[in-house]
Design a protein around this ligand. Structure first.
Ligand code: M6R
Length: 366
C-alpha cells in the first residue's frame, strides 16, 4: 500500500509529478489557451465581479491560501484576505453580498472551516470549495468548487494536497484574470505554459533526493530552525517551518525575510540553521542581502535556489536546487525540497513521520 516506500509521507511527496499532472489534466490546455473548470465557467460573472475574495482555511491549506493572495491580487486585481477559519468564525466578520469565499481543505471535514463557511453562507456569500476529498462536507456545502484530484493523502503532514491546492488556485486565478481582462493573452499563455511544466520540474527535484538527505543528516540535531522567504516564497517559508515542526518536533518559525530585523535576528548564532526560499524572482537582490545578514552573524544558511544561480549557493552552507520558473508559479516547486528536508530529518531522528504525536489527519473538533 505504500508502493515500495517506507512511509506514506515519502510516497506522497514522490507522487507529486503525477498528482499535479492529474490536477491539470483535462483542464489546462496551453496550446489552445484554454482552462476548463466547470465550477468557474458556470459562475464566471460572480467571480469576475467579486468585490473581495476571502480565503478561509487552516494549517497547510491556509498557507496555500496565502500564496493565492499574492497571485489573485496581482493577476486579478481583486482584494484578498486570508483568514484562519477558527478566528474568522468567532469574530463576527463583515460579509457582504459581493464577497466570494474560497474554502481550502484537503479533508473537507475540518470543523472550524466548515462552521466558518456555514456562517458566511447564511450571510449571503458565494462559497467556492478547493477540496481534495470528493463528496466531503465542505465540498457539499460549497456553491461551486474544483477538486484537487491529489488522491487519498494518508500521511498526517500534508504534501501532495498542498501542491494540488496551489495548482487549482493558480488555474483559477489565471481564468478569472483572463476573463476580467487584467492580464493580456501573452502573459496568460506564458503562465499556462509554466504551470504545465511543473510536473517535469518536480521530477528533477525528486531526482536530487540524496543531496537533501545529506543536508538533513547534517542539521538534524539543531534545536531551532528559522525559515525565511519573500513575496511568493514567504508562504513557502511558513509551510517549510510547519512541516519540520510536525514531523521532527524541532521548533521552527517561518517569517517574511525582511521581518527578521524586527526581532528574529536576535536568535541567530552559529547553532541556528536558517532556511531561505530564495529562487530567482523580483526580490532576488533583497534576499541576497538577507542571506548576507545571516552569514555575518554566523548563522548556517540552507538555501532553496534556482538552478544556474551561483551567488546564493556560494554564500549558503548548503543548497537545494529547483528549476527556474516564473515567480508566480515558483512556490509549487520551492516547497518540494522543504517537504523532503522535513521528512529526512524526522526519519533521522527516528520518529513516525506518518503519524506524528498529538496530531490527527483531519481536525473534526474545534
Ligand atoms: O483537511 P484540511 O486541509 O482542512 O486540514 C487543515 C489542517 O489541519 C492541515 O493542513 C494540517 O495543518 C496538516 N497537518 C499540515 O501538514
Amino acid at each position: 500500500e505504500k508502493g515500495g516506500y517506507d512511509h506514506f509521507m515519502l510516497k506522497e511527496i514522490n507522487e507529486q509529478p503525477e498528482t499535479i499532472f492529474d490536477c491539470l489534466r483535462g483542464r489546462l490546455i496551453a496550446t489552445t489557451g484554454q482552462i476548463i473548470m466547470s465550477g468557474i465557467d458556470n459562475n464566471i460573472d460572480i467571480l469576475v465581479n467579486a468585490q473581495r475574495i476571502v480565503i478561509v482555511a487552516c494549517g497547510t491549506s491556509w498557507h496555500a491560501g496565502l500564496v493565492a493572495e499574492y497571485f489573485f491580487e496581482e493577476l486579478c486585481r481583486i482584494p484578498v484576505e486570508v483568514e484562519y477559519a477558527s478566528e474568522f468564525r468567532y469574530r463576527n466578520p463583515i460579509i457582504s453580498k459581493g464577497d466570494v469565499i474560497i474554502a481550502i481543505s484537503q479533508s473537507g471535514e475540518t470543523a472550524d472551516t466548515l462552521v466558518a463557511l456555514e456562517n458566511a453562507k447564511e450571510q449571503g456569500a458565494f462559497i467556492f470549495g478547493v477540496v481534495n476529498a470528493v463528496g466531503s462536507s465542505i465540498a457539499r456545502l460549497s456553491h461551486a468548487g474544483a477538486y484537487t484530484h491529489s488522491g487519498p493523502e494518508i500521511g498526517v503532514a500534508s504534501t501532495k494536497a498542498f501542491t494540488g491546492q496551489l495548482a487549482v488556485l493558480m488555474m483559477m486565478g489565471l481564468k478569472i484574470a483572463y476573463a476580467k481582462g487584467t492580464i493580456d493573452h501573452n502573459r496568460y499563455v506564458e503562465l499556462m505554459k509554466s504551470l504545465e511544466s511543473v510536473p517535469e520540474k518536480v521530477k528533477e527535484i525528486l531526482a536530487n533526493v540524496d543531496t537533501i538527505k545529506a543536508i538533513a543528516e547534517k542539521y538534524k540535531d539543531a534545536k531551532d530552525f528559522l525559515f525565511l522567504g519573500r513575496g511568493y516564497n514567504f508562504p513557502v517559508a511558513l509551510e517549510g517551518a510547519l512541516k519540520l515542526k510536525e514531523v521532527s518536533y524541532i521548533h521552527a518559525e517561518g517569517y517574511p525575510a525582511a521581518e527578521m530585523k524586527h526581532g528574529p535576528i536576535a536568535l541567530v548564532d552559529e547553532n541556528l540553521p536558517v532556511v531561505f526560499a530564495a529562487t530567482k524572482d523580483r526580490y532576488y537582490e533583497k534576499i541576497v542581502s538577507n542571506v548576507q545578514e545571516i552569514k555575518a552573524r554566523k548563522g548556517k544558511v540552507i538555501a532553496v535556489a534556482s538552478m544556474g544561480d551561483e551567488v546564493i549557493p556560494n554564500m549558503a552552507n548548503d543548497t537545494m536546487f529547483v528549476s527556474d520558473i516564473d515567480e508566480v508559479i515558483a512556490p509549487i516547486l520551492s516547497v518540494v525540497p522543504l517537504q523532503l528536508l522535513s521528512y529526512f530529518i524526522g526519519i533521522a531522528k527516528g520518529f513516525d513521520v506518518d503519524k506524528p504525536r498529538n496530531l490527527a489527519k483531519s481536525v473534526t473538533v474545534e
